[in-house]
Ligand binder design. Structure first.
Ligand code: ADP
Ligand code: MG
Length: 230
């Protein structure tokens, strides 16, 4: 069973004269680390937004996304929130609370988990991501790299089955970007989380990937191992 399956997905934004997605079919399996690449405007973001119900763009659509063999449209909201993690391009757009510790706990509070479970998960994430040193800081005091790491840790606290990231390092300096990509490798290896990533630092993202998918003009050109595609 594929964890995520895009099946003959086509999509046009309102008033657009070309398709942003043109008959894209792609299967993503448990434990895979997929890097989605292709030139700017080829449809990467549009495709990723078809993997999470709350982010689905408005427009004309054909085809369907399946999550664990069920249509994504039928997935209960709480399941989608917990199981499908999404990290966006701009770290500032995703932080919603005031303090680091609160941001880590926020998603878990919304899932109405018992307080001891929230405390344990927040502590585990702070340790895994090396956040202990700035755990009590105000989020406005953080660097861009720290903010994006906090977004990632907050999403991972929900223990998602799949982690989707749309150019997460594009606003970061080169060192913070490398550190961030290294943490993604650690998540995939040590926690077994399935990862789907769009990234322009291909020379750093490729060595971690199990699968590379290349898009152009809304179409999926090819998929394979990094060696095959490279
Ligand atoms: P990528 O992430 O690969 O850069 P996108 O998925 O953002 O590509 O964009 C695919 C195409 O859809 C592009 O031609 C882009 O101009 C268009 N597009 C993206 N978002 C919108 C939108 N909100 N409204 C209209 N057109 C859009
Ligand atoms: Mg994009």
């Amino acid at each position: 069973m594929a964890l995520l399956r895009f099946e003959h997905l086509s999509f046009s934004y309102p008033l657009a004269d070309t398709r942003a997605l043109d008959d894209v079919s792609l299967e993503i399996h448990k434990g895979e680390y997929v890097v989605l690449c292709g030139p700017s405007g080829c449809g990467k973001t549009t495709l990723l937004r078809h993997a999470k119900p709350g982010l689905l763009p408005v427009g004309a659509r054909a085809g369907e996304t399946f999550y664990k063999d069920a249509p994504l449209s039928q997935l209960p909201e709480l399941t989608a929130a917990a199981e499908i993690g999404f990290v966006q391009q701009n770290p500032d757009n995703q932080i919603v609370t005031d303090f680091v510790w609160h941001e880590l706990a926020f998603g878990l509070e919304n899932m109405a988990l018992p307080v001891p479970v929230i405390r344990r998960r927040v502590a585990e994430m702070a340790s895994f991501f090396g956040i202990e040193g700035w755990f009590y800081k105000d989020v406005t005091e953080l660097s861009g790299g720290q903010k994006q790491l906090l977004n990632l840790a907050s999403v991972m606290a929900m223990q998602p089955d799949v982690l989707i990231l749309d150019e997460p390092t594009s606003q970061l300096d080169p060192i913070a970007a490398s550190d961030f990509l290294a943490v993604l490798g650690k998540i995939n290896r040590e926690l077994g989380t399935t990862i789907v990533l769009t990234e322009h630092r291909l020379e750093e993202a490729f060595p971690l990937a199990t699968t590379v998918a290349v898009m152009d003009g809304g179409r999926l050109l090819c998929t394979g191992t990094p060696a095959e595609v490279g």
